[in-house]
Design a protein around this ligand. Structure first.
Ligand SMILES: C[S@@+](CC[C@H](N)C(=O)[O-])C[C@H]1O[C@@H](n2cnc3c(N)ncnc32)[C@H](O)[C@@H]1O
Length: 405
């Protein structure tokens, strides 16, 4: 491994992200695709509201005798409109081209990245750990398709000790996270930071000793809990070995002890009440509804008395207007996210209650992303005098509950 990368941090483990070096043209292509994707998501998607009001809506009304009433009827009104088709083509292609633009650089760095991940697993200089289970069955809702058009999905392994999918989807180059992201209001790695901060303000008595992140991928939104709860032990589970290897190497390089293990969140091997805090982000909408139900029961089992479950997810149908439901649910048919609309049709609190959680302790709220928010205004948000920016535009929808003490 390059010494320069080791000496930069003083860690025995090289910076696995830093090993991926794009050429000038690759970098330009990745950025162009990220800008195009962002334009489709943040501008074209919402411009469809005008098209609906001026054009597709009145045409639907003429044919059906009433205006479109919900997201599905709006989809029916819009699906043959040239603007909808233009937007869909741009979004689909930008989505698909993102990882494709990064593959070459990941492949070039792969042998070195594998070595770094092996070093991390052998040395664990930060005190974390990596526990893999080669016999784990990948659930069908993950294995049957490449979720959000990412070639190879999260879990595929093409060579021994593979980390490629972790690197490809780890978002370091994606334009979605960190300082180099194309949209300053959207930071996909700001979620753990934001939930941790909110929990501290909302439950000042809460002092979690162990946190578990379900579907942690490479731990992007797990590490930050240490910033708010410095003594906390971090645990992350995922079914995808390449992402866990990658995340473990990142954590060990950064000096953050994280215990990663390859487990299905539907049934884990942790004892009852092992965690005070259980979190997840971008997780449930990718699962079948029956898996979601099992996982919430399992989370309830794993929480200690007084423990908190908090998950960032897509806002449910009930909290959005029909146009937004149409706009969000595009992914169900077009982005290999078949459970999207079914998940959004649920009531998050009802799901929690089915899992054993208390209704009277449940919360559903959009919180500011503290990595992009003007924090001088946070006290106003806490007092209820200011709402957070909308989900995905500077805010994140979260739901959860506190177990009885
Ligand atoms: C969208 S990614 C999560 C992103 C990550 N939480 C973040 O915020 O950066 C969803 C993850 O859930 C994992 N996953 C899906 N089903 C799972 C299950 N039943 N148990 C554990 N992990 C699962 C996938 O492998 C994938 O890494």
């Amino acid at each position: 491994m390059p010494d320069s990368l080791i000496s930069q941090s003083g860690s025995e483990i090289a910076d696995i992200d830093g090993l991926i070096q794009q050429t000038h043209d690759e970098h330009a292509r990745t950025r162009a695709v990220a800008v195009l994707h962002n334009h489709a998501l943040m501008n074209l998607r919402f411009q469809q509201r005008d098209i609906l009001e001026r054009d597709a809506g009145p045409a639907f009304e003429k044919e059906h005798g009433h205006a479109p009433r919900d997201g599905r009827e709006i989809a029916a009104a819009m699906e043959n409109h040239p603007f909808y088709r233009f937007y869909s083509a741009i979004r689909y292609n930008a989505q698909e081209m993102g990882p494709l633009s990064r593959i070459a650089a990941v492949e070039r760095a792969l042998p070195e990245m594998i070595e770094v991940a092996r070093d991390a697993a052998r040395l664990n200089p930060a005190g974390g750990s990596l526990r893999l289970n080669p016999d784990l069955e990948i659930p069908r809702y993950v294995s049957a398709l490449d979720v959000h058009l990412a070639p190879g999905c999260y879990y595929s392994e093409y060579t021994e000790d593979d980390v490629a999918q972790g690197a490809l989807l780890g978002a370091a180059l994606s334009g979605l996270v960190g300082k180099g992201r194309v949209n300053k209001a959207r930071n996909f790695a700001g979620i753990g930071e934001s939930i941790g901060y909110w929990l501290k303000q909302r439950y000042p008595d809460f002092k979690p000793r162990r946190v578990l992140d379900l579907g942690t991928q490479s731990g992007n939104n797990l590490f930050a809990y240490r910033n708010h709860f410095p003594e906390i032990e971090l645990y992350g589970i995922d079914v995808a070995a390449p992402c866990l290897r990658y995340g473990h190497a990142k954590a060990e390089h950064a000096g953050i002890p994280v215990h990663f293990s390859q487990q299905n969140a539907e049934a884990t091997d942790f004892p009852d009440g092992h965690f005070d805090l259980i979190v997840s982000s971008f997780f449930f909408h990718e699962l079948s509804l029956s898996a979601t139900r099992k996982i919430l029961k399992e989370a309830h089992r794993l929480l200690s008395p007084g423990g908190i479950f908090a998950s960032m997810e897509l806002p449910p149908h009930k909290s959005c207007d029909p146009f937004l439901n149409f706009a969000f649910d595009w992914d169900t048919k077009n982005n290999n996210e078949p459970f999207y609309a079914t998940y959004r049709a649920q009531d998050p609190t009802a799901l929690l209650v089915e899992g054993g959680f208390r209704r009277d302790a449940a919360f559903e709220i959009t919180i500011p992303d503290i990595t992009t928010f003007d924090m001088t205004r946070y006290p106003e948000f806490l007092k209820g005098a200011l709402t957070a920016p909308r989900h995905g535009g500077g805010g994140w929808f979260i739901f959860g509950s506190r177990k009885a003490s």
